[in-house]
Design a protein around this ligand. Structure first.
Ligand code: FES
Ligand code: FES
Length: 161
């Protein structure tokens, strides 16, 4: 089957997609976008989180065929040109990246949280990231990164007003 969709703003056509092939496989193995990670392939860890029509999903649980005529944004699509998105920069600055396997999913989940709630409380952050497992950091630096990203976004917004 051929699947046509938009990925990170670019039209894509994927040929020979087999029944049951996951969106995660198609992104990583066919489209050269290895940012979304495959850690569990069972919807348990969140490391494969991407946007599908603006909603975060586990790409390992979405069939590639379900992306037909839809809009996919991966962690690669958060950055613009050579500049990291402020959420990505905050994770680096806060030391929230160790092995990095969880990071792409956390970045998409954090991006989504801050789009919905620019000033999240700690419980709101924990709830928003509850589906994203990290085996390395103990989560404190991830919380720091999300708070920092929220502060940076608020300062940037204030500067524009
Ligand atoms: S790889 Fe998709 S949720 Fe773990
Ligand atoms: S940094 Fe290793 S799993 Fe999160």
């Amino acid at each position: 089957m051929r699947v046509k969709c938009t990925v990170n703003g670019q039209p894509q056509e994927i040929d020979d997609v087999w029944e049951g092939e996951s969106l995660l496989y198609a992104l990583r193995e066919r489209m050269g976008l290895p940012g979304s990670k495959n850690a569990c392939e069972q919807g348990e860890c969140g490391s494969c989180t991407v946007y599908l029509d603006g909603t975060p999903v586990c790409a390992c649980l979405v069939a590639a065929g379900q992306a037909q005529d839809r809009d996919v944004v991966t962690v690669e699509g958060l950055a613009s040109d050579d500049e990291l998105h402020p959420v990505q920069q905050a994770f680096l600055d806060a030391g929230a990246v160790q092995c990095g396997f969880c990071t792409p999913g956390l970045l998409v989940a954090t991006h989504d949280l801050l789009e919905r709630e620019p000033h999240p409380s700690d419980p709101e952050i924990r709830e928003a990231l509850a589906g994203n497992l990290c085996r390395c950091t103990g989560y404190e630096k991830i919380l720091d990164a999300v708070r920092q990203a929220a502060t940076t976004a608020a300062q940037a917004k204030a500067g524009l007003e």
